[in-house]
Write a protein that binds this ligand. Structure first.
Ligand SMILES: NC(=O)c1ccc[n+]([C@@H]2O[C@H](COP(=O)([O-])OP(=O)(O)OC[C@H]3O[C@@H](n4cnc5c(N)ncnc54)[C@H](O)[C@@H]3O)[C@@H](O)[C@H]2O)c1
Length: 399
């Protein structure tokens, strides 16, 4: 119970989401403004628009008392009506609209379509179906691939990025293709605590929490230890290492609140480290150090957060040779390495690319679907935490 903090309106949606836990996931919990609630009532008439369930106020600093009182009220409602409540009021705090997807929750006048029940087991392909994911740095590169992969597997995904325009464009195209809201863009700078906290408050207001938090945003500035500017070193460290701390800090509180009502709600924090988090990288120490350090944080947070049923793992991809970091025709590493003669004898970009492919026993660069398989495994596996899963085509092997 140590993670409970009486932050009223921030705690409530996560606890409500936790109450609706079905053995795999909770419902989407959308915070309604009082005015919106009133409009809904006026639109629908008194009967349909009325609050289905009124929960007592959050007991300050006493998670156990709050959860006990809420569970009693919630269980009584569900056993009498056989359905989930649609509109939940927390006395003195606010109103919440529930749904099995984003659109259903955001529409306070729609009924809740899903059946109350306990899911016994889930196949790998369904491991994130109906769940809520968040990918930092999701606007492009590996992150974009993960966003697309999660949406394809049936999740709703927050695309959280410094590049809000890029995140919004991706979200718009995914929602248009699906014909419903399967994603939402959020602005975030993962190296700024206020920004990360605001991102999580937005998540709480829109969906009451989430299931899979992927800390993917990362940057690379290579350079010799003899000459690298300290500001470049700290730039990389603040985003790739400290950014993971900030995201874990604010995400874990929400995930812990969600777990409180059932004490059985498993969720995931996944760090995208790198093969450079498993072995050193020549003239790339800031990056490799941050990626190694991330695995240290993963192991440490995993030990602490196991009590909250939060699994914390890392994925360590090999080089994403098709991604913009490598293949961008102007700024990509292939072009840079060709210009600087890093690969002896290489005369074209293709020569540089081949030299990197031949370093991989399985003969090619890492792709986002390779990373997605590792993510699906991590989410499905309920008996592992604190691990760093390599996805390197055999380029880096664990001892
Ligand atoms: N590309 C590779 O070969 C490779 C290999 C192994 C691991 N990785 C890791 O995968 C992750 C993604 O790499 P990528 O190559 O797709 O990168 P990318 O440069 O293509 O995309 C990174 C995304 O993160 C966003 N971003 C940057 N700084 C941010 C910040 N402070 N806050 C929020 N968002 C921010 C960018 O706007 C961009 O959308 C990184 O953590 C990287 O270290 C990449």
């Amino acid at each position: 119970m140590s993670n409970f903090e009486a932050e009223g309106c921030f705690v409530s949606p996560a606890l409500i989401r936790g109450l609706t836990f079905d053995g795999e996931k909770g419902l989407f919990v959308h915070s309604l403004e009082n005015q919106e609630k009133q409009r809904t009532q006026e639109k629908q008439g008194k009967h349909e628009g009325k609050t289905d369930l009124v929960l007592p106020p959050v007991t300050q600093d006493d998670a156990e008392a709050t959860v006990k009182a809420w569970k009693t009220a919630y269980d009584a409602y569900v056993s009498t009506s056989g359905t989930y409540p649609k509109i939940v009021e927390v006395s003195g705090t606010g109103f919440y609209s529930l749904g099995s997807g984003y659109d259903e929750a955001a529409d306070a006048s729609s009924p809740v379509s899903s059946r109350v029940g306990h899911l016994s087991s889930v196949q790998r392909a369904d491991v994130v179906r109906g769940k809520i994911g968040l990918v930092t740095g999701g606007a492009q590169g590996f992150g974009e691939g993960m966003v697309r992969g999660l949406v394809e597997l049936g999740a709703f995904v927050y695309i959280a990025d410094l590049n809000l325009a890029g995140a919004q464009a991706l979200s718009d195209s995914l929602n248009a293709a699906a014909g419903r809201t399967v994603s939402a863009a959020l602005p975030v700078n993962v190296s700024d605590e206020d920004s990360v906290e605001a991102m999580m408050h937005e998540v709480l207001a829109r969906t009451g929490g989430l299931d899979v938090f992927i800390s993917n945003a990362g940057v690379l500035r290579a350079g010799s230890v003899k000459t690298m500017a300290f500001r470049d070193f700290t730039f990389v460290t603040n985003i790739d290492y400290a950014g993971f701390f900030l995201c874990s800090k604010h995400a874990s509180r929400v995930l812990a609140w969600q777990n409180l009502p059932s004490c059985a709600y498993y969720t995931d924090i996944i760090a995208i480290s790198s093969k450079s988090g498993l072995e050193g990288s020549n003239k790339n120490g800031a990056y490799a150090g941050a990626k190694f350090g991330t695995i240290g944080l993963v192991q440490s947070f995993a030990l602490e957060l196991a009590a909250d049923n939060i699994k914390v793992n890392a994925v360590c991809p090999g080089n994403f040779l098709d991604g913009p970091l490598w293949s961008d025709p102007e700024k990509g590493l292939f072009v840079q390495y060709l210009r600087t003669g890093k690969v002896p004898g290489a005369k074209t970009v293709d020569d540089v690319r081949r030299s990197y492919e031949t370093k991989v026993p399985l003969g090619r660069g890492c792709r986002t679907d390779d990373v997605m398989k590792a993510i699906a495994y991590i989410v499905e596996q309920k008996y592992e935490t604190g691990q760093a899963v390599p996805v390197t085509g055999g380029q880096v092997m664990l001892n």
